[in-house]
Write a protein that binds this ligand. Sequence first.
Ligand code: ASP
Ligand code: MG
Length: 410
Amino acid sequence: MRLIVQKYGGTSVGNPERIRNVAERLIETQKEGCRVVAVISAMAGVTDNLLKLAGEVSPKPSEREMDALLATGEQAAIALTAMAVNALGGRAISLTGAQAGVLTDRIHTKAKIANISPKQIYELLSDDYIVVVAGFQGQTPEGATTTLGRGGSDLTAIALAGALGADACEIYTDVDGVFTCDPRVVPEALKLDEIAYDELLEMAGAGSKVMQSRAVEFAKKFGVPFEVRSSFNRKAGTVAKEETASMEDVVIRGVSIERKQAKVTLDDVPDMPGAASRIFTAVSAANILVDMIVQSASDRNTTDISFTIHEGDLPRAEELLAPIVKAIGARRLISHGGVAKLSVVGIGMRSHSGVAARLFDCLGQGNINIELISTSEIKIAVVIAEKDADRAAQLTHAAFGLARYGTSTR
Ligand code: ASP
Ligand code: MG
């Protein structure tokens, strides 16, 4: 008998009607002759609400209690889902992360899964139950409740699929899969039939947030293929898996945009050991995430160091860098928000030359200025003005002929 793990995200269980829809799908899958494990997220908005409530009773809640609180969102959702299955004549039982055997480390609010002992899940499956597991949570060796970081139900699903040796892992969400670009920006964007783990990771880092990055990393590390698909229709989704030779035939898989970025430049930084360390130690100590970092070649013993951050972090970054600019003897700090990052991603870049030239040519023709460039083996990213982002994505999507590489879901 096939064993299948199906994960349903917050919007898929966002109201009673949608929970009934999920229950029907679970029963249907079981009737097709599968053993079914469902991983469920908190109903849409619930986790955000709990976070807000915590903030209203305490300026700095302890992380242990935060986890105890946040875990309740998924607990309500699994009980409701199991009730809905039973009300439809099915046979379901809900399990918290701890009951499902999800053991984590002790790092509250962003715990890592250490081990899964799915003994109880196996027993329930052999008694013909649909087992409904709470996503996003586990327990420490001492039995304290932990959570796995925002979006952590994806990780629960992938890790359970790996531990159970499931025949399939399906991640149900409110979109049809992973697209060549955001269809709201590029109407010709198509749903990809398949994507390599590394491409999905790079696209997530580039602003296409279909899956929690840690879950994709886990899937890659343990070789757990999964399919991202919609819970609102029956269409096939996008299969994420280990790359295959034929996947390299496609030059780039997708274009991502990340808006609301800011660019910070330290101009004429003395070219000496320790300068970059001073800058980035200060920024990371303030918990500001730095994305692209570019240092120019040394010119008369100075270099320019630029990086991007989220626009919301800019005032804080400016404040903490002002004294550092003085201390290291840089000339000045130049920074502005209103920029976006556009990335083209694809493992095909390794074997096709001229990808960068084609991207820059397309932006140049469109009269779109590039403020920063950075590359990885399978990605080229540029910083441009945010007002140009949509047009840049449309031009790039067309220049690489991406409308050839997917399946229309409309
Ligand atoms: N409910 C959690 C969150 O909103 C986990 C998840 O949905 O995956 O982040
Ligand atoms: Mg200079």
